[in-house]
Design a protein around this ligand. Sequence first.
Ligand code: SI3
Length: 289
Amino acid sequence: MKGIFTALMCAFDEQGNIHEKGLRQLVRHNIDVSKVDGLYVNGSTGENFLISTENKKRIFEIVKDEAGDQVKLIAQVGSLNIDEAVELAQFATDLGYDSLSAVTPFYYKFDFEEIKDYYNTIINSVDNTMIIYSIPALTGVNMSLEQFGELFENEKIIGVKFTAPDFYLLERLRHAYPEKLIYSGFDEMLLSAAVLNVDGAIGSTFNVNGARARSIFQLAQEGKIEEARELQKVTNDLISGILANGLYQTIKEMLKTQGVEAGVCRKPMKQLSADKVKVAQELAAKFLS
Ligand code: SI3
């Protein structure tokens, strides 16, 4: 379960339906071209919070069918509707997903007792493991070292996807829980996290930059920091371009230049203007070879 995991995009058509052929191509591109170690399915990058339960299940099915056992698969099942989260956890487990993950419950200001109950309810309902998805900038949920520790008391909670720029907390977590899996969640901070000895990374830009991310991670593990820094610099030039142009839409347009029918993003995400499509194509020409 270690290494570089792509937070998989999903291809949607203009009507917002799953574009199955495009989704299968996305899976193949990540496995065959980028050669990542695993896929994180139905996360933020998969536009999970914009789609129906039935679509979430269908995406889990298509990805497992296409990927088989070639790479590790993590199913993100988190939902404000805990019944849906449990249903998806069961569904993905039955399909053979290697682990589950769930975003911390958001929008309402849940206290820690409620957050703990959410995780234990989901994971104790299935025969699988859980990776906490912590992304405070989007959820508003900040957990302390001690609170992570309380969640980790459940042995089925095996790690955390740490999407935050708090390297002090990251170092403390690594030190306190050497046996838990820690994944870096911000691609632009991959090297800094790798130096702190995280077990892997999960990211959206790996859909187009997976090979570089693998190299950064490997070089850091080998102590070749200068070389890794060079690659992180190129990566961050690319990520700056992507973020300035529209994150998920730009990645999809870049993928199209690689022959992947990545489709469009679901509303309320807007489509790129013709000018921005051109920028995405220029980024692809410059950074993907
Ligand atoms: O759940 C997911 O799709 C992710 O893994 C998200 C991942 O942490 C990304 N965060 C978001 C909000 O998209 C990052 O990969 C992020 O896009 C990237 O670092 C650019 O800022």
